[in-house]
Design a protein around this ligand. Structure first.
Ligand SMILES: [Zn+2]
Length: 187
C-alpha cells in the first residue's frame, strides 16, 4: 500500500478557482475514495464548489479575505479524519507575489480509533440534525461539541454512523481570528 501523502497543496487565483494542485494531490484523492477529485477534474473550478455547508464556505471566504488584505499567511490546525483514524493536519495559507493564494496541508500525526466512525452528509437540515465542524471534526448532536466516540459521555459511544451537516464550531472560528491577529504585525 502506498504511504499516505504528507503534504497536499493547491493554489487559487483571484476568482478563487483552483489553478494548480501539488504532486501528491491525486494520491490523496484516490486514497480517500474520491476519484472525482483528482487534479484534472478540479483545476479551473471554484474551491467553494467543493466545500459543504454555508457556514464552512463563509469561514473559507473569511480566511481568503484575511490573506488578501494584510495577513500574508495564516496557519491553522484542523482534522481530516477517516473512519478508522483521527488525522491531525495543519493548513498554511499564504498570498504569493503572483497574487495566487497557496494552501499547503500537512499531516502532523494520526491516532487510531477504537471503533470505526462512519460519517455521511445529510442533504437536508432538520431541527435535530447533527452538525460536524469542518475544521476540528467534532460533532454537535445536542448542545455541546464532542468527539463522536464520546457522545453520551462514555469513551466508546455506540453510535458509529453519523448523518451530519457541516459547520464551524466557536473554537475554530476564534482560532481563525486569533491566528490572523497574531500575524498582522507588519515589519
Ligand atoms: Zn471546530
Amino acid at each position: 500500500m502506498a504511504s499516505a501523502p504528507s503534504c497536499v497543496d493547491f493554489r487559487l487565483n483571484e476568482r478563487d478557482e483552483i489553478v494548480t494542485v501539488g504532486s501528491e494531490w491525486d494520491l490523496f484523492a484516490l486514497e480517500n475514495d474520491a476519484p472525482e477529485l483528482i487534479g484534472s477534474k478540479v483545476i479551473g473550478r471554484p474551491l467553494l464548489e467543493f466545500i459543504s455547508g454555508k457556514v464552512t464556505q463563509q469561514f473559507v471566504q473569511a480566511l481568503l479575505t484575511l490573506v488578501r488584505s494584510g495577513t500574508p499567511s495564516l496557519e491553522l490546525e484542523y482534522r481530516c479524519d477517516s473512519p478508522t483514524e483521527r488525522r491531525f493536519m495543519q493548513m498554511r495559507v499564504s498570498l504569493e507575489n503572483s497574487g495566487l493564494v497557496h494552501f499547503m496541508n500537512t499531516l502532523l500525526r494520526t491516532e487510531s480509533r477504537q471503533n470505526k466512525i462512519l460519517i455521511s452528509r445529510s442533504t437536508q437540515r432538520g431541527k435535530n440534525t447533527t452538525v460536524r465542524c469542518s475544521m476540528c471534526n467534532l460533532v454537535k448532536p445536542v448542545k455541546d461539541w464532542v468527539e463522536p466516540e464520546r457522545f453520551n459521555g462514555s469513551s466508546t459511544s455506540k453510535v458509529t454512523e453519523w448523518l451530519v451537516i457541516y459547520g464551524i464550531c466557536d473554537v475554530c472560528k476564534t482560532n481563525l481570528l486569533r491566528s490572523s491577529s497574531a500575524k498582522t504585525t507588519k515589519v
